[in-house]
Design a protein around this ligand. Structure first.
Ligand SMILES: [Zn+2]
Length: 413
Protein backbone atom coordinates (compact mmCIF):
# COMPACT_ATOMS: atom_id res chain seq x y z
CA UNK A 1 0.00 0.00 0.00
CA UNK A 2 1.04 3.54 -0.44
CA UNK A 3 2.46 4.02 2.99
CA UNK A 4 -0.48 2.13 4.38
CA UNK A 5 0.28 -0.25 7.10
CA UNK A 6 -1.99 -2.87 8.52
CA UNK A 7 -2.05 -0.66 11.60
CA UNK A 8 -3.46 2.28 9.66
CA UNK A 9 -6.13 0.02 8.35
CA UNK A 10 -7.11 -1.24 11.75
CA UNK A 11 -7.20 2.31 13.03
CA UNK A 12 -9.51 3.22 10.19
CA UNK A 13 -11.70 0.22 10.80
CA UNK A 14 -11.88 0.98 14.48
CA UNK A 15 -12.81 4.60 14.09
CA UNK A 16 -15.49 3.86 11.55
CA UNK A 17 -15.64 7.08 9.60
CA UNK A 18 -12.49 8.83 8.49
CA UNK A 19 -13.97 11.11 5.91
CA UNK A 20 -13.94 14.45 7.70
CA UNK A 21 -10.63 16.21 7.69
CA UNK A 22 -8.89 13.56 5.64
CA UNK A 23 -9.17 14.94 2.18
CA UNK A 24 -9.29 18.62 2.98
CA UNK A 25 -7.11 20.18 5.56
CA UNK A 26 -3.68 19.66 6.95
CA UNK A 27 -3.80 22.33 9.60
CA UNK A 28 -5.52 21.59 12.87
CA UNK A 29 -8.30 24.00 12.01
CA UNK A 30 -11.56 22.53 10.77
CA UNK A 31 -11.96 22.31 7.04
CA UNK A 32 -14.35 24.64 5.35
CA UNK A 33 -16.17 22.82 2.62
CA UNK A 34 -19.03 25.21 2.08
CA UNK A 35 -21.34 22.86 3.91
CA UNK A 36 -21.85 25.12 6.90
CA UNK A 37 -20.53 24.63 10.42
CA UNK A 38 -17.03 25.49 11.65
CA UNK A 39 -15.43 28.87 11.13
CA UNK A 40 -15.92 30.80 7.88
CA UNK A 41 -13.16 30.31 5.29
CA UNK A 42 -10.27 32.69 5.74
CA UNK A 43 -9.78 35.16 2.96
CA UNK A 44 -13.37 36.24 2.59
CA UNK A 45 -12.77 39.62 4.10
CA UNK A 46 -9.29 39.90 5.59
CA UNK A 47 -7.28 39.02 2.48
CA UNK A 48 -5.60 36.05 4.16
CA UNK A 49 -6.22 32.46 3.10
CA UNK A 50 -5.02 29.36 4.90
CA UNK A 51 -3.55 26.72 2.62
CA UNK A 52 -5.94 24.26 4.22
CA UNK A 53 -8.87 26.31 2.90
CA UNK A 54 -7.53 26.67 -0.64
CA UNK A 55 -9.47 24.55 -3.11
CA UNK A 56 -8.91 26.22 -6.49
CA UNK A 57 -11.15 25.18 -9.37
CA UNK A 58 -9.59 24.94 -12.82
CA UNK A 59 -10.94 27.48 -15.31
CA UNK A 60 -9.60 25.51 -18.28
CA UNK A 61 -12.21 24.75 -20.90
CA UNK A 62 -10.82 21.46 -22.16
CA UNK A 63 -12.22 18.08 -23.09
CA UNK A 64 -13.59 15.99 -20.21
CA UNK A 65 -14.12 12.33 -21.05
CA UNK A 66 -16.05 10.01 -18.77
CA UNK A 67 -14.62 6.52 -19.14
CA UNK A 68 -17.18 4.37 -17.34
CA UNK A 69 -15.64 1.08 -18.47
CA UNK A 70 -12.25 0.09 -19.83
CA UNK A 71 -11.65 -0.68 -23.51
CA UNK A 72 -10.38 -4.17 -22.56
CA UNK A 73 -10.92 -6.39 -19.50
CA UNK A 74 -8.84 -5.44 -16.48
CA UNK A 75 -6.86 -7.42 -13.96
CA UNK A 76 -6.11 -5.27 -10.90
CA UNK A 77 -3.02 -6.88 -9.39
CA UNK A 78 -2.82 -4.62 -6.33
CA UNK A 79 -5.69 -4.51 -3.84
CA UNK A 80 -6.02 -4.97 -0.09
CA UNK A 81 -9.28 -6.66 0.76
CA UNK A 82 -8.01 -8.23 3.98
CA UNK A 83 -5.40 -7.65 6.70
CA UNK A 84 -3.67 -9.54 9.50
CA UNK A 85 -5.28 -8.24 12.69
CA UNK A 86 -2.39 -7.95 15.15
CA UNK A 87 0.89 -6.14 14.89
CA UNK A 88 3.91 -5.23 16.95
CA UNK A 89 4.99 -1.70 16.03
CA UNK A 90 3.92 -2.12 12.42
CA UNK A 91 5.03 -5.75 12.05
CA UNK A 92 2.11 -8.12 11.38
CA UNK A 93 2.07 -11.09 13.73
CA UNK A 94 -0.35 -13.96 14.21
CA UNK A 95 -2.77 -15.62 11.83
CA UNK A 96 -6.06 -13.84 12.42
CA UNK A 97 -7.15 -12.03 9.27
CA UNK A 98 -9.86 -9.35 8.97
CA UNK A 99 -11.74 -9.02 5.68
CA UNK A 100 -12.93 -5.54 4.68
CA UNK A 101 -15.53 -6.55 2.10
CA UNK A 102 -17.44 -9.65 0.99
CA UNK A 103 -16.68 -11.43 -2.26
CA UNK A 104 -20.08 -10.47 -3.66
CA UNK A 105 -19.64 -6.80 -2.77
CA UNK A 106 -16.27 -6.78 -4.51
CA UNK A 107 -17.68 -8.52 -7.58
CA UNK A 108 -20.44 -5.91 -7.86
CA UNK A 109 -17.82 -3.16 -8.29
CA UNK A 110 -15.79 -5.40 -10.62
CA UNK A 111 -18.75 -6.14 -12.88
CA UNK A 112 -19.68 -2.46 -13.13
CA UNK A 113 -16.10 -1.45 -13.94
CA UNK A 114 -15.01 -4.17 -16.36
CA UNK A 115 -12.62 -5.87 -13.94
CA UNK A 116 -12.15 -9.55 -14.62
CA UNK A 117 -9.89 -10.36 -11.66
CA UNK A 118 -8.56 -8.72 -8.50
CA UNK A 119 -5.43 -9.77 -6.68
CA UNK A 120 -5.85 -9.38 -2.92
CA UNK A 121 -2.27 -9.00 -1.74
CA UNK A 122 -2.57 -9.00 2.05
CA UNK A 123 -4.07 -12.40 2.72
CA UNK A 124 -1.93 -13.16 5.79
CA UNK A 125 -0.70 -16.64 6.58
CA UNK A 126 -1.75 -19.95 8.16
CA UNK A 127 -5.36 -20.37 9.25
CA UNK A 128 -6.22 -16.75 8.41
CA UNK A 129 -4.97 -17.19 4.87
CA UNK A 130 -6.95 -20.41 4.47
CA UNK A 131 -10.15 -18.70 5.66
CA UNK A 132 -9.54 -15.77 3.31
CA UNK A 133 -8.95 -18.01 0.28
CA UNK A 134 -12.20 -19.76 1.15
CA UNK A 135 -14.15 -16.51 1.57
CA UNK A 136 -12.78 -14.89 -1.60
CA UNK A 137 -11.02 -17.16 -4.09
CA UNK A 138 -13.25 -20.18 -3.64
CA UNK A 139 -16.47 -18.16 -3.31
CA UNK A 140 -16.00 -16.45 -6.69
CA UNK A 141 -13.54 -18.63 -8.63
CA UNK A 142 -11.25 -16.77 -10.99
CA UNK A 143 -12.43 -13.35 -9.80
CA UNK A 144 -10.32 -12.85 -6.64
CA UNK A 145 -6.82 -14.27 -6.14
CA UNK A 146 -5.22 -14.02 -2.71
CA UNK A 147 -1.54 -13.79 -1.76
CA UNK A 148 0.25 -14.79 1.40
CA UNK A 149 2.66 -12.79 3.60
CA UNK A 150 5.74 -13.66 5.68
CA UNK A 151 5.31 -15.18 9.15
CA UNK A 152 7.27 -12.42 10.88
CA UNK A 153 5.85 -13.49 14.25
CA UNK A 154 8.21 -16.48 14.11
CA UNK A 155 11.26 -14.43 13.17
CA UNK A 156 12.98 -15.10 16.53
CA UNK A 157 12.86 -18.88 16.06
CA UNK A 158 16.35 -20.04 15.02
CA UNK A 159 14.70 -22.23 12.40
CA UNK A 160 12.94 -19.21 10.87
CA UNK A 161 14.58 -19.34 7.40
CA UNK A 162 13.37 -22.89 6.83
CA UNK A 163 10.01 -22.35 8.58
CA UNK A 164 9.42 -19.40 6.28
CA UNK A 165 10.30 -21.42 3.17
CA UNK A 166 7.96 -24.18 4.35
CA UNK A 167 5.19 -21.62 4.96
CA UNK A 168 5.39 -20.66 1.27
CA UNK A 169 4.78 -24.30 0.34
CA UNK A 170 1.82 -24.50 2.72
CA UNK A 171 0.37 -21.25 1.36
CA UNK A 172 0.69 -22.63 -2.15
CA UNK A 173 -1.16 -25.76 -1.09
CA UNK A 174 -3.86 -23.61 0.54
CA UNK A 175 -4.49 -21.86 -2.77
CA UNK A 176 -2.49 -18.62 -2.46
CA UNK A 177 -1.16 -17.16 -5.72
CA UNK A 178 1.89 -15.16 -4.69
CA UNK A 179 3.79 -13.52 -1.84
CA UNK A 180 3.31 -9.94 -0.71
CA UNK A 181 6.21 -8.06 0.86
CA UNK A 182 5.21 -4.77 2.46
CA UNK A 183 7.76 -2.23 3.57
CA UNK A 184 7.76 -3.98 6.91
CA UNK A 185 10.89 -5.56 5.47
CA UNK A 186 13.51 -2.82 5.59
CA UNK A 187 11.53 -0.19 7.50
CA UNK A 188 9.66 -1.86 10.40
CA UNK A 189 10.96 -5.37 11.14
CA UNK A 190 13.77 -5.30 13.72
CA UNK A 191 16.13 -7.94 15.07
CA UNK A 192 13.82 -8.63 18.05
CA UNK A 193 10.73 -8.03 15.86
CA UNK A 194 9.85 -4.63 17.34
CA UNK A 195 13.21 -3.71 18.93
CA UNK A 196 16.84 -3.58 17.91
CA UNK A 197 18.37 -2.71 14.56
CA UNK A 198 16.22 -2.75 11.41
CA UNK A 199 16.49 -5.89 9.27
CA UNK A 200 17.67 -5.15 5.73
CA UNK A 201 15.71 -6.02 2.60
CA UNK A 202 18.46 -8.36 1.38
CA UNK A 203 19.00 -10.11 4.73
CA UNK A 204 20.22 -13.67 4.08
CA UNK A 205 17.66 -15.22 6.45
CA UNK A 206 15.03 -14.69 3.75
CA UNK A 207 16.97 -16.41 0.97
CA UNK A 208 15.08 -19.74 1.36
CA UNK A 209 11.78 -17.81 1.13
CA UNK A 210 12.70 -16.18 -2.20
CA UNK A 211 13.84 -19.52 -3.58
CA UNK A 212 10.63 -21.23 -2.40
CA UNK A 213 8.66 -18.59 -4.29
CA UNK A 214 10.58 -19.45 -7.46
CA UNK A 215 10.01 -23.17 -6.87
CA UNK A 216 6.23 -22.73 -6.43
CA UNK A 217 5.82 -20.20 -9.23
CA UNK A 218 4.80 -17.46 -6.78
CA UNK A 219 5.40 -13.94 -8.05
CA UNK A 220 6.66 -11.66 -5.26
CA UNK A 221 4.65 -8.44 -5.01
CA UNK A 222 7.21 -6.24 -3.35
CA UNK A 223 7.00 -2.73 -1.90
CA UNK A 224 10.12 -1.63 -0.08
CA UNK A 225 10.41 2.13 -0.52
CA UNK A 226 8.02 5.05 -0.66
CA UNK A 227 8.14 8.38 -2.50
CA UNK A 228 11.55 9.93 -2.04
CA UNK A 229 9.90 12.88 -0.30
CA UNK A 230 8.92 10.57 2.59
CA UNK A 231 12.63 10.22 3.37
CA UNK A 232 13.18 13.99 3.47
CA UNK A 233 12.38 16.55 6.20
CA UNK A 234 8.70 17.56 6.44
CA UNK A 235 9.27 21.22 5.70
CA UNK A 236 8.02 23.85 3.29
CA UNK A 237 10.11 22.37 0.47
CA UNK A 238 8.55 18.92 0.79
CA UNK A 239 6.11 18.47 -2.11
CA UNK A 240 4.13 15.83 -0.15
CA UNK A 241 3.68 18.08 2.86
CA UNK A 242 -0.12 17.76 2.84
CA UNK A 243 0.05 13.99 2.70
CA UNK A 244 2.67 13.70 5.42
CA UNK A 245 0.57 16.10 7.49
CA UNK A 246 -2.29 13.60 7.37
CA UNK A 247 -0.01 10.59 7.84
CA UNK A 248 3.05 11.66 9.87
CA UNK A 249 3.87 8.01 10.52
CA UNK A 250 4.65 7.62 6.81
CA UNK A 251 7.78 9.76 7.25
CA UNK A 252 11.02 7.79 7.18
CA UNK A 253 13.24 10.79 7.74
CA UNK A 254 15.81 10.71 10.52
CA UNK A 255 15.94 8.32 13.49
CA UNK A 256 17.62 5.08 12.41
CA UNK A 257 15.88 4.79 9.05
CA UNK A 258 18.00 4.00 6.02
CA UNK A 259 18.09 6.52 3.20
CA UNK A 260 15.95 5.98 0.12
CA UNK A 261 19.06 4.98 -1.81
CA UNK A 262 20.16 2.45 0.80
CA UNK A 263 16.77 0.72 0.59
CA UNK A 264 16.86 0.65 -3.20
CA UNK A 265 20.44 -0.67 -3.24
CA UNK A 266 19.43 -3.52 -0.93
CA UNK A 267 16.45 -4.25 -3.21
CA UNK A 268 18.78 -4.39 -6.22
CA UNK A 269 21.09 -6.86 -4.47
CA UNK A 270 18.04 -9.00 -3.70
CA UNK A 271 16.79 -8.97 -7.31
CA UNK A 272 20.29 -9.84 -8.57
CA UNK A 273 20.74 -12.72 -6.12
CA UNK A 274 17.46 -14.50 -7.00
CA UNK A 275 17.20 -14.42 -10.79
CA UNK A 276 14.63 -17.26 -10.90
CA UNK A 277 12.23 -15.37 -8.61
CA UNK A 278 9.78 -12.98 -10.31
CA UNK A 279 9.56 -9.64 -8.52
CA UNK A 280 6.69 -7.27 -9.26
CA UNK A 281 8.00 -3.96 -7.93
CA UNK A 282 4.85 -2.15 -6.81
CA UNK A 283 4.15 1.57 -7.21
CA UNK A 284 6.13 1.82 -10.48
CA UNK A 285 9.20 0.21 -9.00
CA UNK A 286 8.80 2.38 -5.84
CA UNK A 287 10.19 5.35 -7.79
CA UNK A 288 7.55 6.79 -10.11
CA UNK A 289 9.20 10.21 -9.85
CA UNK A 290 12.31 8.85 -11.57
CA UNK A 291 11.29 6.83 -14.61
CA UNK A 292 14.81 6.91 -16.02
CA UNK A 293 15.96 4.98 -12.95
CA UNK A 294 13.00 2.56 -13.13
CA UNK A 295 13.83 1.92 -16.78
CA UNK A 296 17.48 1.23 -15.92
CA UNK A 297 16.30 -1.22 -13.23
CA UNK A 298 14.04 -3.02 -15.72
CA UNK A 299 16.93 -3.22 -18.19
CA UNK A 300 19.15 -4.64 -15.48
CA UNK A 301 16.76 -7.19 -13.98
CA UNK A 302 14.83 -9.44 -16.40
CA UNK A 303 13.00 -10.88 -13.35
CA UNK A 304 11.43 -7.48 -12.53
CA UNK A 305 8.09 -6.02 -13.62
CA UNK A 306 6.26 -2.93 -12.30
CA UNK A 307 2.69 -1.89 -11.44
CA UNK A 308 0.87 1.46 -11.28
CA UNK A 309 -0.88 1.44 -7.87
CA UNK A 310 -1.40 4.85 -6.28
CA UNK A 311 1.09 6.45 -8.68
CA UNK A 312 -0.98 7.87 -11.54
CA UNK A 313 -0.53 11.19 -9.72
CA UNK A 314 3.21 10.88 -10.46
CA UNK A 315 2.94 9.42 -13.96
CA UNK A 316 0.26 11.86 -15.04
CA UNK A 317 2.24 14.97 -14.16
CA UNK A 318 5.03 13.88 -16.55
CA UNK A 319 2.84 12.63 -19.42
CA UNK A 320 5.47 12.78 -22.16
CA UNK A 321 8.11 10.91 -20.14
CA UNK A 322 5.48 8.45 -18.93
CA UNK A 323 4.19 7.81 -22.46
CA UNK A 324 7.73 6.97 -23.64
CA UNK A 325 8.12 4.69 -20.60
CA UNK A 326 4.91 2.82 -21.49
CA UNK A 327 5.99 2.48 -25.12
CA UNK A 328 9.37 1.09 -24.20
CA UNK A 329 8.32 -1.20 -21.31
CA UNK A 330 4.82 -2.14 -22.48
CA UNK A 331 5.48 -5.83 -21.74
CA UNK A 332 6.61 -5.16 -18.15
CA UNK A 333 3.89 -2.84 -16.75
CA UNK A 334 0.81 -4.23 -14.94
CA UNK A 335 -2.41 -2.48 -13.96
CA UNK A 336 -2.93 -2.01 -10.22
CA UNK A 337 -4.61 0.51 -7.94
CA UNK A 338 -3.66 -0.32 -4.33
CA UNK A 339 -7.39 -0.18 -3.64
CA UNK A 340 -8.73 -0.57 -0.10
CA UNK A 341 -12.52 -0.95 0.43
CA UNK A 342 -14.37 1.85 2.26
CA UNK A 343 -14.67 2.95 4.98
CA UNK A 344 -10.99 2.14 5.65
CA UNK A 345 -10.03 3.21 2.11
CA UNK A 346 -11.51 6.70 2.60
CA UNK A 347 -8.38 7.66 4.54
CA UNK A 348 -6.49 7.50 1.25
CA UNK A 349 -8.81 8.79 -1.49
CA UNK A 350 -6.27 7.84 -4.18
CA UNK A 351 -6.87 4.21 -3.17
CA UNK A 352 -10.53 3.93 -2.29
CA UNK A 353 -12.18 0.86 -3.85
CA UNK A 354 -15.02 2.57 -5.67
CA UNK A 355 -16.23 3.09 -9.22
CA UNK A 356 -14.86 6.65 -9.29
CA UNK A 357 -11.31 5.47 -8.69
CA UNK A 358 -11.33 3.05 -11.61
CA UNK A 359 -12.86 5.67 -13.91
CA UNK A 360 -9.90 7.96 -13.20
CA UNK A 361 -7.38 5.22 -13.98
CA UNK A 362 -9.15 4.41 -17.27
CA UNK A 363 -9.34 8.10 -18.20
CA UNK A 364 -5.63 8.48 -17.47
CA UNK A 365 -4.58 5.49 -19.57
CA UNK A 366 -7.05 5.80 -22.44
CA UNK A 367 -7.63 9.51 -23.10
CA UNK A 368 -5.57 12.59 -23.83
CA UNK A 369 -7.66 14.70 -21.46
CA UNK A 370 -5.70 17.47 -19.77
CA UNK A 371 -5.33 18.66 -16.20
CA UNK A 372 -7.73 16.51 -14.21
CA UNK A 373 -7.79 15.09 -10.68
CA UNK A 374 -5.89 11.87 -10.01
CA UNK A 375 -8.06 10.97 -7.00
CA UNK A 376 -11.72 11.39 -6.08
CA UNK A 377 -11.08 14.10 -3.46
CA UNK A 378 -11.65 17.87 -3.10
CA UNK A 379 -7.90 18.49 -2.67
CA UNK A 380 -5.33 16.29 -4.46
CA UNK A 381 -4.25 14.06 -1.56
CA UNK A 382 -0.67 13.19 -2.58
CA UNK A 383 0.44 16.60 -3.83
CA UNK A 384 -1.28 19.71 -5.13
CA UNK A 385 -1.18 19.08 -8.85
CA UNK A 386 -3.33 17.57 -11.61
CA UNK A 387 -2.61 15.04 -14.34
CA UNK A 388 -2.74 14.55 -18.11
CA UNK A 389 -3.95 11.43 -19.92
CA UNK A 390 -1.56 9.17 -21.81
CA UNK A 391 -3.87 8.10 -24.65
CA UNK A 392 -2.26 4.67 -24.94
CA UNK A 393 -2.83 2.73 -28.18
CA UNK A 394 -4.97 -0.42 -28.03
CA UNK A 395 -2.05 -2.84 -28.29
CA UNK A 396 -0.33 -1.32 -25.26
CA UNK A 397 -3.56 -0.95 -23.29
CA UNK A 398 -4.38 -4.63 -23.71
CA UNK A 399 -0.98 -5.62 -22.35
CA UNK A 400 -1.20 -3.29 -19.37
CA UNK A 401 -4.84 -4.06 -18.59
CA UNK A 402 -4.50 -7.85 -18.52
CA UNK A 403 -2.04 -9.62 -20.82
CA UNK A 404 1.07 -8.93 -18.75
CA UNK A 405 -0.74 -9.94 -15.54
CA UNK A 406 -1.97 -13.19 -17.08
CA UNK A 407 1.60 -14.10 -17.94
CA UNK A 408 2.97 -13.26 -14.48
CA UNK A 409 0.16 -15.07 -12.67
CA UNK A 410 0.13 -18.02 -15.05
CA UNK A 411 -3.57 -17.57 -15.87
CA UNK A 412 -5.09 -19.49 -18.77
CA UNK A 413 -5.84 -17.43 -21.87
ZN1 LIG B 1 -0.51 -1.72 -1.42
Amino acid sequence: MNGWSRRDCMKALGSGALGAGVAGSVAASPRSDGGGGGRPPAGASDGALALSDFQPRSMLHVKETKVASPRFPVIDVHTHLSFTRSDKKGVSVGEEVARLITANEAVAVMDRKGIRTLVNLTGGSGAGLEATVKAFDQAVPGRILTCTEPIYGQFLDPRYPQLQADAIGKAHAAGARGLKITKTLGLYLRERIDEGPLVKVDDRRFDPMWEACAAHGFPVFIHVADPEAFFLPIDRFNERWDELGHHPDWSFHGRDFPSFKEVMDARDRLFARHPKTQFLALHVGHDAENLAFVGESLDRFPNMTVELGARIGELGRQPRTARRFFDRYQDRILFGTDAVPPPAGEATPQQVFKDALYEIYYRFLETEDEYFDYAPAPVPPQGRWCIYGLGLPDAVLKKVYHENAMRLLGLPA
